[in-house]
Design a protein around this ligand. Sequence first.
Ligand code: HEM
Length: 380
Amino acid sequence: MMEPNLIPTLDPNPLPAPYWVFKLLLVVTFFLHIVAMNLLLGGAALALAAKWRSKNRVFVDVAKKLPVLLPATITLGVAPLLFVQVLYGQFFYASSIIVAWPWFLVLVALTVAYYGFYYVSFQNGQNSGKSGSVMLFSVVLIFLIGFVYSNNFTLSQTPARWGAKYFAHPAGWNLNLSEPTLVPRFLHFFTAAVAVGGLLLVLIAFARWKREPDYARQIFHFGGKAFMYATMAQFLLGIWFLAALPRDLRILFLGDSALATSLLVLGVGVAIAAILLMSEAIRRENVRLAAYYVSGIVGVVILTMSVMRDILRDAYLKPYFRPDQFVVKTQWSVFPLFLVLFVGGAILWLVMLKRYGLFAGKKAEQEAPVETPELTGAAR
Ligand code: HEM
């Protein structure tokens, strides 16, 4: 049953820039957030897998990146959070109140996970057993944070569910577990993270290729294969996700909407190309092919999926969300300044990434002794 009366009224404040500007910024910044999140969660999950397979040095190397990737994920999450509030505040605030406690606990989990990542990175491979357990704990927390996000965002687009949920537990101890798309949707995100984590390892291998060929080859094979297997699994998860959607939304991607269908075909086609290219790169031991081309192609896939996710949200909210009701009063005095700062901020990010050598550039190479991979962590 529809309960539109539970939806708060539209904020009467006019939008300070045209609707499409916010929409574009929302999708672009969400894309950046999700890339950072993927590197963090996927990188950390693969670091654990590496440890489990006694590749201790891979664990130590990736662990060193995580205290940087976590704040990157957070700061790149603030931007879409602002744009979501501007455009979908009526839905997002209401659902956040319904899942208030899990939503609030995200902050606690983030803080604890952050400490955990710092602890592991400072250990430099010492206290191996304890480092592994702390890392596992932090990864579980980050995994749960993502799960809470999926709960909140799926709930925000199904207002018909709000009443029953809120009145069942008005104190805010709710999730959205009865949502049929929740599990496939979240697993789709998590598996994408593992694939992109694989690319992080490929990029680390690329940066080390000349100086430490044996180690670089090892990490390249490990990361490249993780990327391929995770991306293959996405085909099953994607089908599950699509099948779980309500029929009228599913058919949007199956011919009903030219844009949604083309994006799905593009996304799937490009993902297949990425798998084939990675397999070729591994076979030929061509790390450059993987680092440049597969990463670039995967960027296209994530962007495509981000736009599809937005189309899906608007389709869910169609009965309630009327963008034409926004009053727009562009603040021309600050809007150009905002754009300049936005572009400047993006450039600053790139400079920081280069300087820091996120993918094990100069700084990390200086830190990493070349011999005996297993001992390296302890030696530092
Ligand atoms: C580090 C832990 C985090 C993880 C693992 C994570 C993961 C995710 C995932 C999986 C989604 C997609 C949910 C869905 O659509 O089903 C998402 C969306 C989002 N995240 Fe994060 N997130 C994290 C931290 C943050 C933080 C700290 C912020 C804000 C400060 C943030 C802001 C957002 C926003 C605004 C969206 C939705 C954007 C939109 O609807 O277009 N995230 N996140």
